[in-house]
Design a protein around this ligand. Structure first.
Ligand code: PMP
Ligand code: GLU
Length: 386
């Protein structure tokens, strides 16, 4: 039977594919070390578990309003005030089945066929494919040689009258780089001046290191939320280690939120009722959970850096957030897919080829697993390359 041109043209999610591969190899008894993962291994907050269990027993198992329950949206207004200094109302919030769906809702709501969506490279694997899924044109802006973030000037040069949105993810998956306040301020200015959307994928915004804080795009805006060009995306997957609950959300003007809600209503009706309760439990908890996760990741980042320093020909910029780093392995092999395949075969280490994130010569290595895996994984890579 025939398949659509769309289905045939979009790529598989490289990160999810590798997760599956690592799982299969482990199940087959192979001592694989998965440095390609994208989720923390910590247990979820106790409040999340309690709410999910309690509400399952109480039968809170039906559809909820499309954009999320009133209590969760109220909590998210408080969350946004605390972490962004912005005071949205429930009408500005759409709760979705993961941040991924929130990004897709946004693109469905604002992109017409042929519209350009501009984002920096390296980028998260799903951005180009999601843009293609709404028949838009992904425009990736590479950094200058040796850098991991393009200049604001290079971004601006790619923004044309066809551009409908700019998409930023900071701290960044895969590079771990925190975009500077200056860069974000310039992007806000450009988008406001041109009246185009600025989607901020803030999913890692609380997982930052060395005492830094991720600047909020809203803090540079000269507009109120109702006529803002900024839409911010976040979720419980990374910050609360709740990937399987599939809860994300967006904060934006009422107009864009309404359009996103219409899309969501036709696609998934609403996010899972029980997961919304669990998310509420997580958000109402103290900040200790996130701080323990964050500081643990910072230590793991340091271990990863110490281990990678033993590979003399690897070039690495220190990640300032997330749980990824993006070393340049081109001195060993400039073809990242070939290198990743060799490492899997020879060292039984899973790494994601930089090519999948739009930057050849690099590998994405995650440090969200155990310290032992980080140390042994990098040691195996070193041996395989020597
Ligand atoms: N954005 C980025 C940059 C990510 O790494 C992820 C992780 N999958 C997401 C969005 C989506 O997260 P989720 O759908 O699990 O909320
Ligand atoms: N965001 C994670 C990653 O980049 C999870 C996998 C995915 O959703 O693609 O590995």
């Amino acid at each position: 039977m025939h398949l659509s041109q769309l289905a045939m043209s979009i790529g598989q999610s490289a990160t999810l594919k590798l997760n599956e591969l690592a799982g299969n190899l482990k199940a087959a008894g192979k001592p694989v070390i998965h440095l390609g993962g994208g989720e923390p291994e910590e247990m979820i907050p106790s409040g999340a578990r309690e709410e999910a269990e309690k509400n399952l027993s109480a039968g809170f198992v039906r559809y909820t309003p499309t954009t999320g329950t009133a209590e969760l949206k109220k909590e998210l207004c408080l969350y946004t005030k605390k972490h962004y200094g912005l005071e949205p109302e429930p009408k500005n919030i759409v709760v979705s089945s993961g941040a991924k769906q929130a990004i897709y809702n946004f693109l469905m709501a604002v992109i017409n066929p042929g519209d350009h969506v501009v984002f920096p490279a390296p980028y998260w694997v799903s951005y180009p494919e999601m843009v293609k899924m709404v028949y838009g044109m992904p425009v990736a802006v590479p950094p200058r040689p040796g850098e991991l973030v393009p200049t604001a000037e290079d971004m601006e040069a790619r923004i044309t009258s066809n551009t409908r949105a700019v998409l930023l993810n900071s701290p960044n998956n895969p590079s771990g780089q925190l975009y500077s306040a200056e860069f974000i301020r310039e992007m806000v200015e450009i988008c406001e001046y041109r009246n185009i959307y600025l989607l901020m994928d803030d999913i890692y915004n609380r997982l930052v290191f060395d005492g830094a804080k991720a600047p909020s795009a809203f803090s540079f805006s000269t507009r109120g939320l109702e006529d803002s060009v900024i839409v911010s995306i976040n979720g419980v997957s990374k910050t609360y280690s709740m990937t399987g609950f599939r809860i994300g959300w967006s904060v934006g003007s009422e107009a864009v939120s309404k359009a996103m809600a219409k899309v969501q209503a036709q696609v998934t009706s609403c996010p899972s009722a029980l997961s919304q309760k669990a998310a509420l439990g997580a958000l109402r908890g103290t900040d200790d959970f996130v701080e323990t996760l964050r500081s643990g990741l910072e230590k793991k980042r340091d271990t990863m850096l110490t281990e990678l320093a033993k590979l003399k020909k690897v070039k690495l910029r220190k990640p300032q957030g997330t749980f990824y780093c993006f070393p340049d392995f081109s001195a060993y092999d400039s073809d990242s897919a070939r290198l990743a395949a060799m490492l899997l075969e020879k060292a039984l280490v899973v790494a994601v080829p930089g090519k999948e994130f739009g930057l050849e010569g690099h590998l994405r290595l995650s440090y969200c697993g155990s310290l032992t895996d980080i140390i042994e994984g990098v040691e195996r890579i070193r041996k395989a390359l020597e």
